[in-house]
Design a protein. Sequence first.
Length: 365
Amino acid sequence: MKAAVMREANKPLSIEDVTISKPGPREVLVRLKAIGVCHSDVHFWDGNFPTEMPVILGHESAGVVEQVGSMVSAVKPGDHVISILSPFCGVCEYCLTGHMSVCHTVNGDQFKRRPDEAPRLSIGKEKVGQFLNLSSFAEQILVHENALCTIDKDMPLDRACLIGCGVITGVGSVFHSAKVEPGSTVAVIGCGGVGLAAINGAAIAGASRIIAVDLSPEKLQLATRFGATDTVNPKSGNAIEQVKELTRGGVHYSFECVGSKQTAEMAYHMLRPRGVATIIGMISPGVNIEIPGIELLVTEKRLQGAVMGSNRFRIDFPRFVDLYRQGKLHLDDLISDRIGLDGITGAMQNLKNNKGTVARQVVVL
């Protein structure tokens, strides 16, 4: 198969012929039709987060099942599926208490091949790393069955792929992690793909005021199409004070979708007493967040993280498809460009440069 291979950080990906293995007992071979280029890919491409090399990046994908292993029961050949980077085992404490999105962080080895087995991906005798157990910048993926969810075949796959990371992270964090209530106030810091999804989710949840915060006028304009009632550009003044003025003291919920110390602390300080700040952005390893400890006691503010929107993806994904069909989930507006495998390097550079007109660039195969 053809795949976009990363051999060196911050260098163009090379389109190479890669050998993909046959499915093991619980593995599934999927022919990809659409792949979203996510800012999380950029964090590994530019070297900010470590990864083995050579590696095939990519993790936001949708396609059609081609082959299944002997013990696979969740999907069958011909099924249309969305992948996810947070597979679940179904038997651990986290899965059994309804927190399946955490499972892969403690049970990750269950979803990989053992060191004594043939690698899933290779070029000649060279092993190719499988990124987040997916490696979606390719024509095919070979994954554990519990990294897939079937969807209706009439759902366009170039929209469906977005659900697998950006949308479930943003909307899921609103629905599951923060549990935004109708009539509440919300601030979303960072209006890329995940931030726009969080704004969309807050609108669906019935928030009365949704404040988009970003340095890009183009992204703030786009945010209004997803449900933002107000916009704040930190270039025009202190963003925390602007949000507090708009909400008479702070928001009930804030969502940090950038991944920096400054914006994480900003999300906390935008809260009113008993407010909840949810960190969604990928903060670099070694970076710590500082907040006034006494405030946690006397104001009952909360600071929390959310991995992949605290999802239950086999329930969430079909529901999100329904929300799209009903015109409530604005997947069409998320797509800013459609490209081929050879356009991925440029797409990641656009995200790294914080190009204001870019929400999600989608590889169509």
